[in-house]
Design a protein around this ligand. Structure first.
Ligand code: CA
Length: 406
C-alpha cells in the first residue's frame, strides 16, 4: 500500500507526515489557557477538535482537554479517528476548511498530553543491567538470578511525570558514598539521565484478569520518549532492599507527542535471541513479538553523547504489560510504563551517564572544553528518536528535554 500524500506538501517529506500523526495537547494565543488536542503534521499542529467540526464530523473525543477520553475509547475508535484524520489531511476537498486550523508549531505551547494514572518503570536492557551490576556490585554476577526470567520493574510516582521543557530542580536527599561512615544531607552530586521509551495504556483491564501477550495492541495506544532523571547518590543509599524511591521520584520527563502504535508497524522487529527459555505466559516466540526499531539520540547541551538502539532490548513492551498484570493487577486508562534505560552493546550507545562515564571514572569531554561525570546546573539534556515508517518514510518522535536548575 502506498502512503497517502497530504495536501500540506512539506509534511510529505517530514518525519511527521500523515504516516505518523502523533497526538498532543496544546494551548495557543487565539484561545489562551484553553487546552486542546493537537495532531502534529510537519511543522504544524492541527487543532483536532476544530478540524473535526470543520469536516462536518464533530467528535467529543477530539474536543477534549486531554487525550484520556480518546485513550479510554479503545482500539476500534483509535483506528476510526486515525482514518478520519488521514482523510481530512489528504483529500483536497478538506484543504480550504482545515488550512486555518493548522498552527505553526513554534506558536503553540505543548502540555502533558494525558493524565498519568499509574507509572511503572522497567529495566529491560541486558546491556544496561549488566553495566549497572558491574558498577554497583563489583565482584558478583552482574545480572541478578531473576533477570532473564522476568521483566524487573518498580512502581514510580505518576504525579511527577512532566512534559518536555519542564525544568528539573536538583533534588536534595540523603547521600552516602561507600567510604562514608554516615549519610549526609544535601543536593545530589550525581544527577543522571535514563533514556527510555514509554508506552501509554488506553483500554483498561479488569481486576483479577491478566492481560495476555496477544492483547498488547488492544490496550496500548501509543509510544513516547521518557527521561527517568536519577540521583545516583540518593538511589545508591536507599535502594536496598525495596528498590528506587526518592532518587527517582522527583521528576520523570516525557515527550509531548504520543506516536500511535499504528504508526510503528514498519518499525517492528524480532527482539534479540533469549538464552533462557521464558515461562509460557512470557513466551513470545510463536506470536507477534513487539521489538521496535527506534534509533534514539541523547544530546547534552546540544552535543550528541549517545545513540541507544531500542531494538536491542531483551524484554518487549508486550512482555512487560503481560508481566505487570499476571498477578491480576488491573490497568487504568492513562497508565504509563517505561522500558528501562536503553543501552546498546557499545560505549557510545549507552543510555545513562553512569554507564557512559563508568561511574564518573571516564568523564565525557564536551566541545566547550568542559567535562561531565554527572549533570551540572544549567545543563540541558534532549532525547530524540526516529523509527522506520512505510515506503521509506521516517517516523519522528517529539523531543524530551529538560534543563537542570539549582
Ligand atoms: Ca529507569
Amino acid at each position: 500500500m502506498t502512503t497517502p500524500r497530504s495536501w500540506l506538501a512539506p509534511a510529505n517529506d517530514s518525519p511527521f507526515g500523515v504516516h505518523n500523526l502523533p497526538y498532543g495537547v496544546f494551548t495557543a494565543g487565539d484561545r489562551p489557557g484553553q487546552r486542546r488536542i493537537g495532531v502534529r503534521v510537519g511543522d504544524f499542529v492541527l487543532d483536532a477538535g476544530a478540524a473535526a467540526r470543520a469536516a462536518g464530523e464533530p467528535s467529543v473525543l477530539l474536543d477534549a482537554d486531554s487525550l484520556n477520553p480518546l485513550l479510554a475509547a479503545g482500539r476500534p475508535v483509535w483506528t476510526e479517528v486515525r482514518a478520519s484524520l488521514t482523510r481530512w489531511l489528504t483529500e483536497e476537498s478538506h484543504r480550504e476548511a482545515l488550512t486555518p486550523l493548522l498552527l505553526p508549531l513554534a506558536e503553540v505551547e505543548l502540555h502533558l498530553p494525558f493524565e498519568v494514572a499509574d507509572y511503572v518503570d522497567f529495566y529491560a536492557s541486558e546491556h544496561h543491567a549488566t553495566n549497572l551490576g558491574r558498577i554497583l556490585r563489583p565482584g558478583s554476577e552482574p545480572l541478578t538470578p531473576n533477570w532473564k526470567h522476568l521483566p524487573i520493574g518498580y512502581h514510580g510516582r505518576s504525579g511527577t511525570v512532566v512534559v518536555s521543557g519542564t525544568p528539573v530542580v536538583r533534588p536534595h536527599g540523603q547521600r552516602k558514598a561507600p567510604a562514608d561512615a554516615v549519610p549526609s544531607f544535601g543536593p545530589t552530586r550525581r544527577l543522571d539521565i535514563e533514556a527510555e521509551v514509554g508506552f501509554v495504556v488506553g483500554t483498561p483491564s479488569v481486576l483479577g484478569e491478566p492481560v495476555a501477550l496477544d492483547a498488547f495492541r488492544e490496550h496500548v495506544f501509543g509510544v513516547c520518549l521518557v527521561n527517568d532523571w536519577s540521583a545516583r547518590d540518593i538511589q545508591g543509599w536507599e535502594y536496598v532492599p525495596l528498590g528506587p524511591f526518592l532518587g527517582k521520584s522527583f521528576a520523570t520527563s516525557v515527550s509531548p507527542w504520543i506516536v500511535p502504535l499504528d504508526a510503528l508497524e514498519h518499525a517492528r522487529v524480532a527482539p534479540p535471541a533469549r538464552d533462557v527459555e521464558p515461562l509460557p505466559y512470557l513466551d513470545d516466540r510463536d506470536g507477534e513479538p513487539w521489538g521496535l526499531d527506534l534509533a534514539m539520540e541523547i544530546r547534552l547541551n546540544g552535543h550528541t553523547v549517545s545513540r541507544p538502539p531500542f531494538a536491542s532490548m531483551y524484554w518487549t513492551a508486550a512482555q512487560q504489560l503481560t508481566h505487570m498484570t499476571v498477578n491480576g493487577a488491573s490497568l487504568r486508562t492513562g497508565d504509563l510504563f517505561a522500558s528501562g534505560t536503553v543501552s546498546g552493546p557499545d560505549v557510545e550507545t549507552r543510555g545513562a551517564l553512569i554507564e557512559l562515564t563508568w561511574n564518573g571514572e571516564n568523564p565525557l569531554k564536551l566541545p566547550d572544553g568542559t567535562t561531565r561525570a554527572f549533570l551540572e546546573n544549567d545543563d540541558e539534556v534532549t532525547i530524540t528518536a526516529t523509527a522506520p515508517g512505510p515506503d521509506g518514510t521516517v517516523v519522528g518522535f517529539g523531543d524530551v528535554s529538560g534543563r537542570i536548575l539549582p
